[in-house]
Ligand binder design. Structure first.
Ligand code: AMP
Ligand code: ZN
Length: 499
């Protein structure tokens, strides 16, 4: 039986994973704050924990945790943060004429739907539940009241009104995840000590709202505060509501270790009187773009939507599967430099595998769907994933099948790529159609000349003149799409007449 090993940030070691309840493996991952398009860094935890979800479901079906029965459930919760000050600011900016609640709903609805579409395009399965903070305000108020009752929180008045604060000194082992102790934090506190806090590390559970901020009525220790929750309490409450007081795996990017996850742990453990919030804490490494930290001021801020639907990055659109593989080519705990070169490499790899699948006679006519979709994942891929998601071993196993001569190599290559969310029956069909269209396409001589001229200009990095040709052809209704020849690596151009 496969043994699953996961690196646990809490213990800083790789541990054998055993679910608390063998009937139900429970995982929570911090999701996006929905005020704008998700960027490609946000896509990393979405993809990484989707792979883990797929692996957990597979091992559950194999009966790894319930003595071979295969009845273990896997519950994967990824929240939507739809109460946050950035959302208010965006609502006020974009919908100045609307009542605040309506303006906020417009921002969060649109952004959440875009995020769901992005996640699906990246080959991610829907989590079991995607709770929203606004659906859990009562639970947050109740948890804060419990924390006050148990002596872990207090009401105070700061510069921006009344607040309920978590009293970090009331928790002797506060800081266990990030390995910070309170003395370090006090000595190194960058923010001036806010006079109303007992300790500079005390953090907000609830804060008073003014006129242009959303709010809910709540009573804390006899004090009525029309206000809104802090960010950390949202996750503690959504995790408890969907997974219980203690669950198996909690994930997110490593920027969340402190303060977000540390404070989630403090709230949940103190409210429930438990030793841990989750048994295993997993964190993905950070992503940079073209060698630099992604930021709007650097001009290298890339959204998932930009990559999928526009030509802003590398002058072309990128298919979701290519983005997914580009993300998975690096181990999830390592940093990634996201670049055009990396995407091209991922596409070359994926094209090579897809070509092998077709060459080896896997069929993609409509009648073949059921057979193709039931192809099994390679056992080597599963055991590599079970070793803390070791993707370089996974890729080696995929190459091994692509290079092998046995009759099972083709089916297992397809089955494994399908398992990893890197191909589907439909994406194979679409890819095959594109490939044959690219091969068959011959342009009228005049167009051919212009295309060649443009490629020569691009090779000289004369983008202005190359773009002028693109625009001239677009004006005639001919749309261009650049791609790399999978074998030679040369840039080539497809064209299409738009009516
Ligand atoms: P946020 O909406 O900023 O809270 O981020 C949502 C998720 O994306 C969290 O799990 C973050 O840790 C993760 N994340 C944000 N930026 C990056 C990045 N550049 N690289 C990897 N993960 C990131
Ligand atoms: Zn969270």
């Amino acid at each position: 039986m496969t043994e699953l090993k996961l690196y646990n940030t809490l213990t800083r070691t790789k541990e054998v994973f055993e679910p608390i309840d063998p009937a139900n493996v429970r995982m929570y991952v911090c999701g996006p704050t929905v005020y704008d398009f998700a960027h490609i860094g946000n896509a990393r935890p979405v993809i990484v924990f989707d792979v883990l979800f797929r692996l957990l479901r597979h091992l559950a079906k194999q009966g790894v945790w319930d003595g071979g029965k295969g009845e273990t459930k896997v519950t994967y919760v990824r929240n939507i943060t739809d109460v946050e000050d950035k959302i208010n600011a965006r609502a006020l900016r974009d919908f100045p004429g609307l009542p605040l609640n309506e303006a906020i709903a417009n921002v969060t609805e649109k952004t959440a739907n875009q995020f769901f579409a992005d996640a699906a395009a990246l080959g991610c399965l829907k989590p079991t539940a995607q709770p929203r903070a606004t659906q859990h305000i009562d639970g947050m108020i109740a948890m804060i009241q419990t924390l006050i009752k148990k002596g872990h929180a207090y009401v105070a008045t700061g510069k921006e009104g009344r607040e309920v604060l978590f009293d970090v000194a009331s928790m002797p082992d506060y800081g266990g995840l990030s390995k910070r102790n309170l003395e370090d934090q006090q000595a190194g506190a960058r923010v001036a000590v806010e006079a109303h806090k007992k300790n500079p590390a005390d953090f907000v559970l609830w804060k008073e709202s003014s006129g242009d901020e959303p709010g809910w009525d709540a009573n804390f220790d006899g004090t009525q505060i029309y206000g809104r929750p802090g960010w950390h309490i949202e996750c503690s409450v959504m995790a408890k509501a969907n997974l219980g007081e203690v669950f198996d795996i909690h994930g997110g990017g490593l920027d969340l270790i402190f303060p977000h996850h540390e404070n989630e742990i403090a709230q949940s453990r103190c409210a429930h009187g438990t030793d841990v919030m989750a048994k295993v804490w997993m964190h993905n490494g950070f992503l940079q773009v073209e060698g630099r930290k992604m930021s709007k001021s650097e001009g290298n801020f890339v959204t998932i939507h930009d990559l999928l639907e526009t030509e802003k990055f590398g002058d072309r659109k990128w298919p979701g599967e290519v983005l997914r593989l580009a993300m998975l080519m690096t181990h999830y705990r390592e940093p990634i430099d996201f670049s055009v070169k990396r995407l091209e490499e991922a596409e070359r790899l994926l094209d090579g595998w897809r070509r092998e699948i077709v060459k080896r006679g896997i069929r993609f006519a409509p009648a073949d769907r059921a057979a193709a979709e039931s192809e099994r994942v390679c056992a080597k891929v599963v055991s590599a994933l079970a070793n803390d998601l070791n993707m370089s071993e996974v890729i080696a196993a995929l190459h091994w099948h692509a290079d092998g001569n046995e009759s099972y190599n083709g089916p297992r290559l397809f089955g494994s790529l399908q398992f990893l969310g890197l191909v589907t029956f439909d994406s194979m069909l679409a890819w095959m159609e594109e490939e044959s269209a690219a091969e068959e396409q011959t342009a009228p001589p005049e167009l051919e000349t212009r295309l060649e001229e443009r490629l020569a200009l691009l090779a000289e990095k004369n983008f202005a003149e190359a773009d002028a040709i693109r625009d001239e052809l677009a004006a005639q209704g001919v749309q261009l799409m650049d791609y790399k020849d999978a074998e030679t690596g040369e840039r080539r151009t497809k064209w299409e007449v738009k009516r």
